[in-house]
Design a protein around this ligand. Structure first.
Ligand SMILES: [Zn+2]
Length: 50
């Protein structure tokens, strides 16, 4: 399981691991709209997409 930190509520949001850059994700805790981004080093992060 992959978990990334929500930029809104700082909760660890579980992902199924199939997400790609640009995919929209809803935080499971605060329900904020987030977007998957992939950094230059290949690591993934969530950004506010509201
Ligand atoms: Zn959240």
């Amino acid at each position: 399981m992959v978990e990334l930190t929500c930029p809104i509520c700082s909760a660890d949001t579980p992902l199924d691991g199939e997400e790609e850059a640009g995919d929209s994700i809803l935080c499971a805790f605060c329900f904020s709209p987030l977007k998957m981004t992939v950094k230059d080093d290949g690591s993934r992060a969530l950004v506010d997409d509201s």
